[in-house]
Design a protein around this ligand. Structure first.
Ligand SMILES: NC(=O)c1ccc[n+]([C@@H]2O[C@H](COP(=O)([O-])OP(=O)(O)OC[C@H]3O[C@@H](n4cnc5c(N)ncnc54)[C@H](OP(=O)(O)O)[C@@H]3O)[C@@H](O)[C@H]2O)c1
Length: 300
């Protein structure tokens, strides 16, 4: 099948490219040069902030399915640059949705647990979003663009994505390992409940949703365990045999540009019932993260 993946240099997009390249005619779309290992895919450098570049790339390739994983994911950066956040998180999703409609292609757009305010999580797909902050609001608007403009589209929400793969972008779990290994303390929020999501698992779930199911609407495709970030950091440290200090911090005590949902997390019953690639419990995800970390340096 002809498949396009955006955000291909990113945590989820990179894993999706690795999964899809062997069996599909794949266009990997990313910012600037490719940072992925070589494989059976074509690369298209596209600036998602450009008002027409993504649509043009998709219309030239004519995919049958599009996984839209590209986004401005720097939550505090979005707060500082709302115009850029809008162009990338809403504008590019709108371009993807319009192109999919024109081509008759299936669209799965990635989104986030941050569409909820964190007053009363964990949240199911039927719960009403109440996004706070620029990242959250632009991601929510992007969801609507995908669902309204692309017939049959699905939105897959993930949360606190982590990966131990060689070349993967720094993420909370890698920061825990690297800081503790250097003998430095790790500060972690004790009052943010989250559903950590292994990037490879998110890619497996969302690619399956894209290619094997017709589900239209929203699916929560995160990890299966809701826990606070201190608990998550401690479990990562324990799996790596790292004994350093994990310092609990309360969100209100840190001046962050963007608000964070506190009682967040996603319920994944629907994904667990639908998908062959089921949401992972956190300890299983951390085991796989550990294996990815050990395999750093060896080819995929
Ligand atoms: N990461 C998380 O914790 C998290 C949590 C909840 C939901 N999500 C959602 O999950 C999806 C996948 O994100 P991820 O976890 O894979 O994050 P990621 O690693 O930050 O991937 C996002 C990708 O988008 C690319 N991008 C950003 N601005 C761009 C631009 N102007 N032009 C072209 N590409 C651009 C980035 O390029 P560069 O690599 O060059 O920066 C990056 O490769 C997104 O929809 C995100 O909102 C992520």
């Amino acid at each position: 099948m002809r498949v396009a993946v955006t955000g291909a240099n990113g945590l989820v997009g990179g894993e999706a490219v690795a999964l899809l390249a062997p069996g599909h005619d794949l266009l990997a779309i990313g910012r600037g040069p490719c940072r992925l290992p070589p494989g059976r895919y074509r690369w298209a450098p596209v600036d998602l902030a450009d008002g027409g570049a993504l649509a043009a790339a998709l219309e030239a390739f004519r995919p049958e399915a599009v996984l839209h994983a590209g986004a401005l994911t720097d939550v505090d950066g979005c707060e500082r640059e709302p115009e850029l956040a809008w162009r990338v998180n809403v504008g590019a999703t709108e371009q993807a949705a319009r192109a999919c409609r024109a081509l008759g292609a299936r669209l799965v757009a990635l989104s986030t647990d941050y569409v909820f305010d964190g007053a009363a999580g964990p949240y199911g797909e039927e719960d009403v979003p109440n996004p706070r902050g620029v990242y959250a609001r632009t991601k929510r608007a992007g969801e609507e663009a995908a669902l309204l403009l692309a017939p049959g589209a699905a939105v897959a929400r993930v949360a606190v994505v982590f990966s131990g793969r060689a070349g993967a972008k720094a993420n909370f779990a890698t920061q825990v390992v690297e800081r503790l290994a250097r003998g430095e303390p790790v500060r972690a929020f004790s009052d943010q409940l989250v559903s950590p999501t292994l990037a490879a698992s998110a890619a497996a779930m969302t690619c399956e949703l894209l290619l094997e199911h017709r589900l239209e609407g929203i699916l929560h495709a995160s990890g299966a365990t809701v826990l606070d970030r201190v608990d998550f950091a401690r479990r990562v440290a324990a799996r790596f045999g790292l004994a350093g200090e994990i310092v609990p911090v309360r969100t209100a005590d840190v001046r962050l540009p963007a608000p964070r949902p506190l009682r967040g997390g996603l319920r994944v019953d629907r994904a667990a019932a639908l998908l062959r690639n089921r949401p992972l419990a956190v300890d299983e995800a951390i085991d796989r993260f550990h294996a990815e970390w050990l395999a750093r340096g060896s080819p995929r």
